[in-house]
Design a protein around this ligand. Structure first.
Ligand code: 13P
Ligand code: SF4
Length: 357
């Protein structure tokens, strides 16, 4: 049955030609990745969506916030299609506009809005790409910027040039790991709990803060542990441990290096044959790398296979369906961000695309 599905996908793509481009995130399953015209991390896919002005449709094999971003960066007449509308992201759902607005109002009351002698405003909002378009819009409207896991340090530097502090959401781990690597002490990174007044901190703690962390996390990456790293080092002496910065801080500290999915791919590509890697990220990517680079030993740190369940919702059956609908002249599962949200969100996205290391 799968052979037939793949044949249908190939046939539909052949009929559509350059009218369609299929983008696939690194975490997509192999049955989907094999049909992607471009595979990459979330930053690369945002750029890819922007760079395909001739395609009528962009079929985005990834999760909802990525498709929203692609819609905001692509041309107004281009349709962005998410093959399964149920492909969301639990981390993105951990910050909503109401809670962030409420937090912002409390911070404005505490810090005021006047810049300091160096012209830096009291606080700059920074959002991880993994959030709704509404939050990207909020950030754009309040002088802030979007980041991905591949440019978080560059973006935080951008923010510290313009602000005395940063409010970072939704992923506490990416925020903490990145700021810590930049030398921000942990005591100056309180976590904001939207259920408590002043986020659960004292006024003094908030006045001293450099980075206010939201309480979100990735349910896939929070599974990795220091014990798994110790075990990998015991069973594979000389192993190189690389983890994604969505992992908790002790795990990032115990690893040899940490970086985005693209960083992980490039590290493996650059290694001499016969290297051994234990990887702390989504298992579909790790297993594909193990198959693509048989000259190395590559395994997932977590022995219990745990895919990102929402990425996995993009089944080749859905891909075949949306492509065949396009052949029939119908656009299904279109993701469209209203311009009132997209306009400010685009400002925050463009700031990110322009922020060079
Ligand atoms: P990157 O593709 O930026 O590494 O992000 C990983 C991820 O969790 C996407 O949801
Ligand atoms: Fe969201 Fe984590 Fe899945 Fe990425 S891996 S889409 S952050 S749940």
């Amino acid at each position: 049955a799968n052979d037939e599905l793949h044949e249908r996908i190939r046939a539909a793509k052949a009929t559509l030609g350059d009218r369609v481009v299929v983008l696939g995130h690194f975490y997509q399953r192999d049955e989907v990745v094999q049909h992607a015209d471009f595979v990459g991390d979330s930053f690369q896919l945002a750029n890819a969506a922007k760079g395909k002005p001739d395609a009528e449709a962009i079929v985005f094999c990834g999760v909802h916030f990525m498709a929203e971003t692609a819609d905001m960066l692509s041309g107004p007449d281009q349709a962005v299609i998410l093959p399964n509308l149920a492909a969301g992201c639990s981390m993105a759902d951990m910050a909503n506009l109401d809670d962030v607005t409420e937090c912002w109002e409390q911070l404005e009351e505490l810090y005021g809005t006047e810049p300091d002698a160096d012209g830096r405003v009291p606080v700059i909002p920074v959002t991880y790409m993994n959030c709704s378009a509404a939050l990207k819009g909020f950030v754009g409207e309040h002088g802030g910027i979007v980041c991905t896991s591949s440019n978080a340090a560059t973006v935080l530097e951008w923010a510290f040039e313009r602000g005395q502090r940063v409010l970072f959401f939704p992923d506490q781990h990416l925020g903490r790991n990145t700021a810590k690597a930049m030398g921000v002490p942990l005591e100056q990174m309180p976590m904001w709990n939207p259920r408590k007044p002043l986020g659960g901190s004292t006024e003094t703690e908030l006045l001293d803060a450099r980075v206010l962390l939201w309480h979100g996390f990735c349910s896939v990456h929070k599974r990795f542990t220091v014990d798994q790293i110790d075990e990998a080092r015991r069973t594979h002496p000389g192993v190189h441990v690389i983890v994604h910065p969505e992992c908790p801080m002790p795990v990032v500290d115990a690893a040899d290096s940490a970086g985005s999915t693209d960083f992980i791919v490039k590290a493996i590509q650059a290694a001499p044959a016969g290297s051994t890697f234990a990887i702390g990220t989504e298992v579909n990517l790790v297993q594909r790398l193990a198959a693509e680079y048989p000259q190395h030993t590559i395994f997932c740190l977590d022995p219990v296979v745990c895919p990102c369940s929402t990425m996995y919702r993009i089944h080749p059956g859905y891909l075949a369906w949306v492509l065949e609908e396009l052949v029939a002249g119908r656009v299904v599962n279109r993701i469209e961000v209203d311009d009132s949200v997209a306009a400010p969100a685009r400002v925050a996205l463009e700031r990110m695309l322009a922020a060079k290391p």
